[in-house]
Write a protein that binds this ligand. Structure first.
Ligand code: TYD
Length: 137
């Protein structure tokens, strides 16, 4: 549940004159079972997404197109990743506050998630998230 567990993964890239191909397999490249896929697109300039943490959900975040910044916070420290390659995936473990900004025009953010959508899995209040982290550790 710390930033030390979050990391950038290099996915296979099959280079071809006809265009490149990248694959993500459940339980192999993603170290969890992928139950849900969603994507952010048509993000207006200056917009911020995320701004929450998850109690159980783990995910991979991929810049399918363009670039954006992912800010992670484990309640003690923060870090920032710039995603700009479709064969890089950022693994985010449970109990990490995240926000995404600096979307380039036309960028697409793909998320592979370990759970179905469940609003009760969210912390949407930062102070509540930090209180929970302090209680657990
Ligand atoms: P949210 O997770 O807050 O978006 P983001 O973190 O990308 O900024 O979700 C935004 C809205 O979309 C919210 O009303 C819940 C809904 N939603 C679903 O219905 N299913 C989903 O799988 C996701 C991710 C969101």
């Amino acid at each position: 549940m710390s930033l030390d567990n979050c990391k950038l993964i290099t996915l296979p890239k099959i280079v071809d004159r006809r265009g490149n191909l990248t694959v993500v397999e459940s339980q192999r490249h993603a170290h969890f079972t992928i139950k849900r896929v969603y994507y952010l697109y048509d993000v207006p300039a200056g917009a911020e997404r995320g701004g929450h943490a998850h109690k159980d959900l783990e995910q991979l975040i991929i810049a399918l197109s363009g670039s954006f910044d992912v800010h992670l916070d484990d309640g003690y420290k923060t870090t920032r990743y710039t995603l700009n390659r479709p064969n890089n995936a950022l693994y985010v473990c449970r109990m990490i506050w995240r926000s995404i900004d600096n979307f380039s025009a036309g960028s697409v953010c793909l998320v592979l998630a370990s759970t179905y959508y469940e609003e009760s899995d969210y912390y949407r209040d930062y102070d509540e998230f930090v209180r929970s982290i302090r209680e657990i550790q």
